[in-house]
Design a binder for this molecule. Structure first.
Ligand SMILES: Cc1cc2nc3c(=O)[nH]c(=O)nc-3n(C[C@H](O)[C@H](O)[C@H](O)COP(=O)(O)OP(=O)(O)OC[C@H]3O[C@@H](n4cnc5c(N)ncnc54)[C@H](O)[C@@H]3O)c2cc1C
Length: 455
């Protein structure tokens, strides 16, 4: 059965995808977004002569639904994807850069060579890490017992010491799970490492935008939705979603829209507020129990270039990943770096001058050329609710698409997508919600000419 009138609440990647799918299937779609623009947690803003992203975003080749959305928005050519995974890794005080780079052998052997040469670990640690990686391939993320276990405890049981956790597992895990191994659930971690690194040799190739995020997602989505006939209302915070007779009534401050189906693609706390009582199995307070986790980005503009690669990962430094953002920002002299710090509980409330005092020396230790450079600008973006808090037991707190309320569905990276809180998860959740509205079983789209990797 197709629903005629569909309201989508929330214009992040989940809401954009759900709205596009429904509009292109012929529904009369109204998309409500509280902020003045689409894109949700992926947005950009102007600061003087710079275009700044709220936070650096990357994706992997295995993020097929997300990449297909870029194609749909006509922006796939505004992102690059490495032809082969290569992550330069630096340690403060260590002059040589290590490289995590995949080879040509089938997974997981495509990583054997790089791991064997990975200098941040001793050779015994490298060998033990390889054995643990093989064991992680056998962990079933869908098993409820996996959800209850801590990734950190599992790593220790599998012979991983402090250095292996810091220099290898957390290097990737913190950025993708927004949690340190000791805080993270094994289910999410197994998903990330299996999908991204251990099952398909090309899956973990890294991609990133060459334009500000607003130009990659929000602005083209607005145009595409308008072309599909959707009524997009920005600056329209939904206050209530109520059932009257056979219809849903979606109320903002200035308007009320009647519709046959609703997709709530908002953050968990907003979803809990808008859902009718008893719409989910979970006891009240479920959104707070799911929790959130912060990401901080530290932005540094320098009067000269100090980093030659597009990005570098750091070990033994709070600056987890440092990206060259000069091109995206429009800066035409010097260099603009953004250091992305996930699981940033310890830094998110620190005032900017204190962060500057703490982190500029760290940047100089990681990238020694910084010592000779003048800092032209330093600022911080803080996303306190960047992702849900991925920890043991969190998978069972993530609700699915359907609710008990008739034709009222959920979408969002935090729903039970089988993915961590990522752009890929958001897009998949939007596809699932639209399929539920349309009464179809549409699978997530994949980029043109490509089969799905490691579904
Ligand atoms: C700093 C940072 C870095 C990240 N890095 C990565 C990365 O490298 N790779 C990756 O894949 N993912 C990354 N993520 C995660 C990714 O951005 C999110 O998982 C994804 O964008 C979430 O999309 P969403 O549509 O589910 O939710 P959101 O983007 O949160 O969208 C929800 C929307 O609902 C709107 N809304 C809220 N209340 C109302 C209301 N009452 N009425 C109407 N609208 C409302 C909000 O304004 C928002 O636009 C990062 C996130 C952050 C913050």
């Amino acid at each position: 059965m197709t629903a005629g009138r569909v309201a989508v609440v929330g214009g992040g990647l989940a809401g954009i995808t759900a709205a596009l799918d429904c509009a292109e299937a012929g529904c009369a779609v109204t998309l409500f977004e509280a902020r003045p623009r689409l894109g949700g947690l992926t947005h950009s803003f102007r600061r003087g002569r710079l275009e700044v992203d709220n936070g650096q975003h990357v994706f992997l080749r295995c993020c097929t639904a997300y990449r297909a959305l870029l194609e749909r928005l006509g922006t796939a050519d505004r992102a690059v994807l490495q032809p082969r995974l290569a992550v330069p890794v630096r340690i403060p005080g260590e002059p040589r850069t290590a490289l995590l780079r995949r080879g040509d052998l089938p997974a997981p052997l495509h990583l054997a060579g790089t791991l064997a040469r990975y200098r941040p670990l001793r050779w015994t640690e490298r060998a033990r890490a390889a054995v643990a990686a093989m064991a992680l391939r056998r962990v079933d993320p869908a098993d409820p017992r996996t959800d209850e276990r801590s990734f950190g405890a599992w790593l220790r049981e599998h012979g991983q010491g402090e250095r292996a956790v810091a220099a290898l597992w957390d290097l990737i895990g913190v950025a993708t799970l927004n949690a340190r191994a000791d805080d993270a659930g094994l289910a999410g971690a197994a998903t990330v490492f299996r999908r991204g690194l251990l099952e398909d040799r090309a899956a973990g190739d890294v991609g990133w935008s060459t334009v500000p995020l607003g130009a990659l997602h929000g602005e083209p989505a607005l145009a595409r939705l308008a072309a599909a006939g959707a009524d997009v209302r920005t600056g329209a915070a939904v206050r209530a979603v109520e059932r009257a007779g056979d219809a849903w009534h979606v109320r903002t401050d200035g308007a009320e829209v009647a519709c046959d189906a609703v997709v709530l693609a908002v953050p968990p706390v907003v979803a809990e507020r808008l859902l009718p009582p008893g719409a989910l199995d979970a006891a009240p307070g479920w959104a707070a129990r799911l929790g959130t986790s912060p990401i901080v980005n530290v932005h540094v503009v320098l009067d000269r270039r100090v980093l030659d690669e597009p990005f570098v990962a750091g070990v033994g430094t709070p600056l987890q990943w440092v990206f060259d953002r000069t091109g995206q920002s429009g800066l035409d002299d010097g260099q603009y770096l953004a250091a992305s710090i996930s699981a940033a509980d310890g830094l998110v409330d620190m005032p900017t001058p204190a962060l500057r005092e703490r982190l500029l020396p760290e940047l100089a230790a990681l990238l020694p050329a910084t010592r000779a450079a003048r800092v032209v600008d330093f600022f911080v973006t803080r996303e306190r609710h960047a992702t849900f808090r991925q920890r043991p037991g969190s998978e069972r707190l993530r609700p699915g698409t359907a609710t008990r309320a008739p034709r009222l569905f959920l979408a969002g990276a935090w729903t039970a997508t089988g993915w961590p809180a990522t752009m890929e998860g958001a897009v998949r959740s939007g596809t699932a919600a639209a399929a539920a509205v349309l009464g179809s079983t549409a699978a997530p789209r994949v980029p043109a000419g490509e089969r799905e990797v490691a579904a």
